[in-house]
Design a protein around this ligand. Structure first.
Ligand SMILES: Cc1cc2nc3c(=O)[nH]c(=O)nc-3n(C[C@H](O)[C@H](O)[C@H](O)COP(=O)(O)O)c2cc1C
Length: 171
């Protein structure tokens, strides 16, 4: 099996897309779909960072100690592309998009579907990635009635919010 085989198979797994922000100075962002809930009691989630990312280097090197997972709306695709390094758009996301802070100091994008703000509970080495298990310090909904941004077969897409489909009426 080659890594290309694995990538193509994993590409059949449709996911949402997140922008994970770090509480470094200045703040940092990375596009991530390796995000999962882990435990409710205690509240834990995880994200996986490639060793060849600045996000990993900042957390591993102590430049950042917290991360916030921002679940992106279809309208925030520009953030997903920007933080994946796919565009040379000159965007200053932390200045041009509204942000706030919740508990840890990592930026929350106020126009996201919702956010999960974490301190690093454990870092587990796993091949060429590190799994950062996060202890949830705060979580909240923001623009949760917006359409969700998705990634499937290497392409961006969206899932309409149920409350605005079909009849267009709130359910
Ligand atoms: C939809 C999508 C999902 C991604 N998910 C991850 C991921 O879960 N973990 C990861 O390390 N990189 C992921 N990447 C790649 C990083 O976003 C990309 O390498 C980025 O440029 C790293 O940023 P940094 O080096 O500035 O931290 C993803 C890219 C895309 C487009």
């Amino acid at each position: 099996m080659t890594d290309i085989d694995l990538r193509s198979v994993m590409g059949e797994f449709a996911t949402g897309v997140t922008a994970v922000t770090l509480d470094s100075e200045p703040p940092h962002g990375i596009t991530v779909n390796a995000f999962s809930s882990v435990s409710l009691d205690p509240p834990l989630v995880l994200v996986c960072f490639d060793h060849d990312t600045d996000a990993h280097r900042k957390l591993a090197g102590g430049e950042a100690e917290h991360y916030c997972v921002n679940i992106l709306t279809a309208g925030q695709r520009i953030l997903g592309e920007h933080f994946a390094g796919m565009t040379d758009d000159g965007l200053e996301p932390f200045e041009e998009h509204p942000t706030e802070t919740a508990a840890t100091g990592a930026p929350v994008f106020s126009e996201s579907l919702g956010y999960v703000d974490c301190s690093v509970h454990e870092a587990v080495e796993a091949g060429d990635h590190t799994i950062y298990i996060g202890r949830v310090e705060a979580a909240g909904l923001r623009e949760s009635d917006s359409d969700a941004l998705t990634f499937y077969e290497s392409d961006w897409g969206s899932i309409p919010d149920e409350s605005t489909t079909a009849t267009g009426h709130e359910e």
